[in-house]
Write a protein that binds this ligand. Structure first.
Ligand code: B12
Ligand code: SF4
Length: 619
């Protein structure tokens, strides 16, 4: 008998191809359902064309709010070209069933049991009848009268250990992978106003310590992982289980690095010791704000600024490197609140207590407190264009600052904090394009420098900027975004969209920028196309010399001169499509790797005379 083909797709488009970030929901569903329903073949696709061509009997789509527009496009296409029923699951539809399209079944919340029951129904009837659907818990659908039917909430799976490890292979994760992530729990007992975890998962549940360690061992054995990230909403909440996990980690002699997130009100000496025991040398935490009233509001009064700072201090004391994330642009934040937070970050960065800061602008996700607020302000609706979620400026809800004022204060402080990353090699980083800082924001520096009433930080920044300008005259090339650490053989991978800056002191008549790079496996390009481009192009000199997998590019640096508006010039190397070098396939980074750089040099005299090459070290 022909198997029932159930085709899943993650509506993540092209933006999330990294193995490391693949959401695991569909993998859990497959591993839970498949053993009891051998007559169903579940496949997970990344490409909608391939999915449709596989002639499935049923389709399942997973989407978050950010990607919901894409899910809707997939649905339209599937409806146009097939007759198969569509099931839509994931966090968005779970929190906003009203946005469910017609003739689609929405899976609300946890999917494993619901999918199993739906499949059993489908196997019996070969289709879904409205009256029978009504008996399946945890779903939503529009009935023939045009009413949205929501069936009773489904009981959550307990204990969570009943769910096998997610089928990562079905998600396309294979071969050697350096870094993978796991979940050790579902949900979170807290209720931060901007987060939907509590509503999505309802009650906090955990996998047992034994299960967690077995999954780690499985990943080590199967993929050779060296690092495991625990991606839970809140891993550290149960101290008793954490002790068990740490003890097992030690007794099993696991030799991997572990990353996880912490919460400031739960960090103390014992916690740090337990983390160290399980090889956690770096953590991240949602500091969210260093302004007391804002933090109180965002985190529902469960954390104080003092706890944020103590967390940073304690983790530093125990030699654990700290990343933190901040939320800006919540309605209650005044200019002073924003500056208070940036100042606290600045001092922590300066004292090298923070490794990285990730900051985001608040977006009102369905199910969160801010969704209701945005709805009152007519900024969101159930039939809105969900692509708006890709840009925070669509949701300006700040009561104190206009969008222009907000941008101004953010620009200045982001730049100030970034100076710290640029002026010291081992300085902490703030996530944002460093190339922008010195090119687009130079004006801002000049503004800060020219200020008559400079405060302590303005003065510090002005001095550092001067110092940086001076030292980078000696710098030859500053490599910015998109570079990976050089391999043991000295070769460097660059990924899509690498940017570099060239110090003006080397831009001389007769000097050439020479790049030699190797494209590992041309047959693995998607679309067989690669595009190397320099923003300043010259048709004669700036072209590719192709020989096997090796390419060389030579650009006279004098070309850069005539458009020089500042001391710094930038170029870009982009590939039009990502590809997978076969030798490395399976490594977590391969999906974004573009080119293996074998040389990146300034040549003096003639680009064709290798004896003239001056090697410029990577800065
Ligand atoms: C991995 C992850 C990412 C990855 C990949 C994201 C992606 N879009 O693919 C990265 C790191 C890139 C990322 C980025 C972001 N993320 Co994220 N991320 C997660 C995370 C930690 C895990 C997802 C996961 O694997 N969950 C575990 C599985 C078991 O749960 P699940 O996916 O919900 O699946 C279950 C059910 O929903 C259901 N189900 C799911 N799919 C389907 C499909 C069918 C057919 C059926 C029947 C059932 C079903 O069954 C599953 C098993 O029970 C979640 C938090 C979380 N704990 O879920 C946040 C989360 C999904 N992210 C969130 C957010 C806000 C973001 C960002 C916007 C953050 C930012 N400001 O930049 C970006 C957006 C990027 C983007 N374009 O999507 C929010 C989503 C809110 C929303 N309404 O969409 C979440 C829920 C975090 C939170 N608590 O607020 N994220
Ligand atoms: S932000 Fe973190 S701590 Fe707060 S509710 Fe969400 S998962 Fe829990």
């Amino acid at each position: 008998m022909e198997k029932i083909k159930f085709a899943f797709i993650l509506a993540t488009g092209n933006d999330i191809r990294e193995t490391y970030f693949k959401p695991l929901g569909l993998g859990y569903i497959k591993s839970y359902v498949s053993p009891s329903l051998p007559s169903v073949e579940i496949k997970i696709f990344e490409d909608i064309e391939k999915l449709i061509k596989s002639s499935p009997h049923l389709v399942g789509i997973s989407a978050s709010t950010e990607n919901f527009s894409l899910a809707l496009k997939y649905i339209e296409e599937i409806k146009k070209r097939t007759n198969c029923p569509i099931i839509l699951g994931g966090v968005h539809i779970s929190l906003l069933p009203e946005s469910l399209p017609e003739n689609v079944i929405g899976c609300i919340g946890e999917g494993e049991e619901t999918v199993k029951e739906l499949l059993e129904l489908f196997l019996k009837d070969n289709s879904f009848h409205e009256n029978k659907l009504g008996t399946v818990k945890g779903i939503a659908f529009w009935n023939s009268k045009g009413e949205l039917i929501r069936t009773p909430i489904r009981d959550l799976i307990r204990p969570l250990d009943k769910i096998p490890f997610p089928d990562r292979r079905a998600l396309g994760i294979s071969g050697y992978v350096e870094n993978l992530y796991i979940f050790t729990s579902r949900g979170c007992p807290y209720k931060c106003k901007f987060c939907v975890s509590r509503i999505h998962w309802n009650i906090y549940r955990e996998f047992s310590a034994q299960y967690v360690i077995s999954e780690m061992e499985f990943l080590i054995k199967t993929y050779g992982v060296k690092k495991i990230t625990i991606f839970d909403d809140l891993f550290i909440v149960n101290r008793k289980r954490l002790r068990e996990i740490a003890d097992l980690f030690v007794s099993k002699g696991l030799n991997i690095d572990v990353f996880c997130a912490v919460r400031a009100n739960l960090v103390d000496d014992e916690l740090c010791e337990l983390l160290k025991k399980m090889h956690v040398n770096q953590v991240t935490f949602g500091a969210e704000s260093f302004s007391e009233p804002v933090l109180k509001s965002l985190k529902d009064g469960s954390v104080t600024v003092e706890q944020n700072q103590n967390t940073i201090n304690l983790l530093n004391k125990h030699g654990i490197s700290v990343n933190c994330s901040i939320i800006f642009n919540s309605p209650e934040q005044s200019r002073d609140d924003i500056i208070t937070t940036w100042k606290a970050l600045f001092h922590n960065l300066k004292d090298k207590k923070l490794n990285k800061i990730g900051w985001g602008m608040l977006r009102p996700y369905p199910g969160s407190y801010y969704w209701d607020l945005a709805r009152e302000k007519n900024l969101v609706s159930v039939d809105m264009n969900w692509d708006k979620f890709k840009d925070f400026s669509n949701f300006h809800m700040n009561d104190h600052l206009s969008p222009v004022e907000l941008n101004e204060v953010m620009d200045e402080w982001d730049t100030k904090c970034n100076v710290l990353s640029l002026t010291y090699r081992d300085a902490p980083q703030v996530y944002s394009s460093k190339a922008q800082i010195f090119i687009k924001k130079e004006m801002l520096f000049k503004k800060i420098q020219a200020r008559a009433d400079k405060d302590e930080i303005d003065q510090y920044i002005s001095d550092e900027y001067e110092r940086f300008l001076l030292s980078s005259k000696q710098h030859k090339i500053i490599l910015l975004d998109g570079w990976y650490e050089p391999e043991a053989d000295g070769y460097c991978w660059i990924r899509k969209n690498a940017t570099f800056l060239i110090g003006s002191s080397i831009i001389k008549e007769g000097n050439f920028l020479n790049v030699e790079f190797y494209i590992p496996d041309i047959t693995n390009y998607r679309n067989n196309s690669i595009e190397i481009k320099f923003r300043i192009e010259n048709e004669e000199r700036c072209k590719l010399i192709e020989s096997g997998g090796f390419h060389r590019l030579s650009v006279p640096l004098s070309l850069f001169l005539h458009i020089a508006r500042s001391d710094y010039l930038n170029g870009e190397i982009t590939t039009s499509e990502e590809f997978l070098p076969s030798a490395l396939s399976g490594s977590p980074d391969t999906r974004l790797l573009s080119i293996l750089i074998t040389k990146f040099e300034i040549a003096q005299g003639s680009p064709d005379n290798p004896n003239n090459l001056i090697h410029l070290p990577r800065e």
